[in-house]
Design a protein around this ligand. Structure first.
Ligand code: UD1
Ligand code: UDP
Length: 356
């Protein structure tokens, strides 16, 4: 039996690997290597439990530190694992430091690399994610794209071979989870939330939350909008809200601060929100899948199709602009399935079968 290693390490990667793990296990020895980049229960274990993802063969326990050190330590440990396991293929997901380390470790050992969610570009090289995904794409032997726009981005960079538009694996996971979840109403009720009676907020991009002025500007917008706000707070954001002494400004009656919520609960919150305010890539997409209008706290996005189709509005972080856009946001009347049909993992497995 051939061996495939998936390198994962962060919250969105656990969600992306789930349907791939279901699909590969019948035919391959599929080994999950967790770098340990995310480690809190609510940022890691919960996803394995809820989504029935097999336990990783190894957790490298790298955890949080500076980017260079974190990526370097992952590279050292991944090289050892890959030398031992000798996989026929390494799969990497998205654009985190774990993605970059996986791409480097495998390609230096001449092990073929497949990149899921390839070709995404913000054209903002200040973002660590943009740096990671450019290198990951250029080192990959197979690029799996969520849409034709990302495939074209690769071609513009002269990556021409083994590009497959397969749709988005996060839609596969969402479909699987929606079938498993019940009791949306009970969950909303437990938090005293009415259907379409709140805005769901997530924010964690370094470019937004590591800068006091930008984070304060977002906090002020949440204060000034006259809607109920539900805000599951990412650990990076919580640390910075504390550091910049902004947390007291969020202790308002209309703002519900939560620890990061489980995936199933997140879907319930996304599905029933009036709108979503976010800087997350995955949440922008899920808003689209669930037909909840999205306002993105960035100047640019990789998920440009959602903006072109009217379901996503880029607002940046200016308080006045955010408040104005939120108060006038309308739900578009048309909808196109932009990211496939929820069967991306089957298409990916077929390509891998042919490749190996
Ligand atoms: C990382 C990814 C980002 C992705 C995000 C998903 C990089 C460069 N960034 O950002 O692309 O969108 O994950 O959520 O790879 N922390 C905890 N507990 C945890 C994890 C993190 O407390 O389980 C805190 C630590 O203080 C850490 C900070 O959060 O320093 C940031 O974590 P890190 O993994 O470095 O980056 P993210 O912001 O999570
Ligand atoms: N998510 C979650 N709980 C939360 C916030 C997000 O389960 O409290 C899920 C969300 O549904 C999506 C993924 O995490 O599937 C997005 O991850 P994140 O925003 O951390 O990273 P990004 O997608 O921006 O890389």
């Amino acid at each position: 039996m051939k061996t495939i290693v998936s390198v994962i390490g962060t919250r969105p990667q656990f969600i992306k690997v789930a349907p791939i793990a279901y699909s590969l296990h019948k035919r391959y020895h599929h080994i999950l290597i967790h770098t340990g980049q995310h480690y809190d229960y609510q940022m890691s274990r919960t996803f394995f439990k809820e989504l029935d993802i097999p336990k990783p063969e190894k957790n490298l326990g790298i955890a949080s530190t500076l980017h260079g050190e974190q990526t370097g330590r992952m590279l050292i440990r991944l090289e050892q694992v890959l030398l031992k396991e000798k996989p026929n293929l390494v799969i990497i997901y998205g654009d985190t430091n774990s993605t970059l380390a996986g791409a480097l470790a495998a390609s230096k050992l001449h092990i073929p690399v497949a990149h899921i969610e390839a070709g995404m570009r913000s054209y903002n090289k200040m973002m660590p994610e943009e740096q990671n995904r450019i290198i990951a794409d250029h080192l990959s032997d197979i690029c799996f794209c969520s849409s034709s726009i990302s495939a074209n981005n690769l071609r513009k960079e002269n990556i021409k071979r083994n590009i497959y538009i397969v749709g988005d694996v996060m839609l596969d996971t969402l479909r699987y989870a929606v079938k498993k979840t019940r009791n949306d109403a009970a969950f909303l009720k437990s938090h005293k939330l009415a259907l379409r009676g709140y805005i769901l907020v997530t924010v964690h991009r370094a470019g937004n939350v590591d800068h006091k002025e930008r984070l304060a500007s977002i906090v002020n917008a949440l204060n000034q909008c006259n809607k109920k706000v539900v805000f599951p707070v990412h650990p990076r954001t919580r640390n910075n809200l504390k550091k910049f002494k902004l947390l007291p400004r969020l202790h308002k009656r209309n703002i519900l601060l939560l620890e990061p919520v489980s995936y199933m609960n997140m879907l319930k919150l996304e599905k029933s929100a009036e709108m979503i305010l976010t800087d997350s890539g995955g949440v922008q997409k899920e808003a689209y899948f669930l037909k909840t209008p999205c306002v993105t706290l960035r100047e640019e996005t990789e998920w440009v199709e959602t903006v072109k189709n009217g379901w996503n509005t880029l607002v940046g972080t200016n308080t006045k602009t955010i408040v104005k856009i939120i108060s006038g946001l309308k739900k578009p009347s048309h909808y196109l399935p932009l990211y496939g049909n929820g069967k991306a993992s089957a298409k990916i497995t077929n390509v891998i079968n042919r490749f190996l």
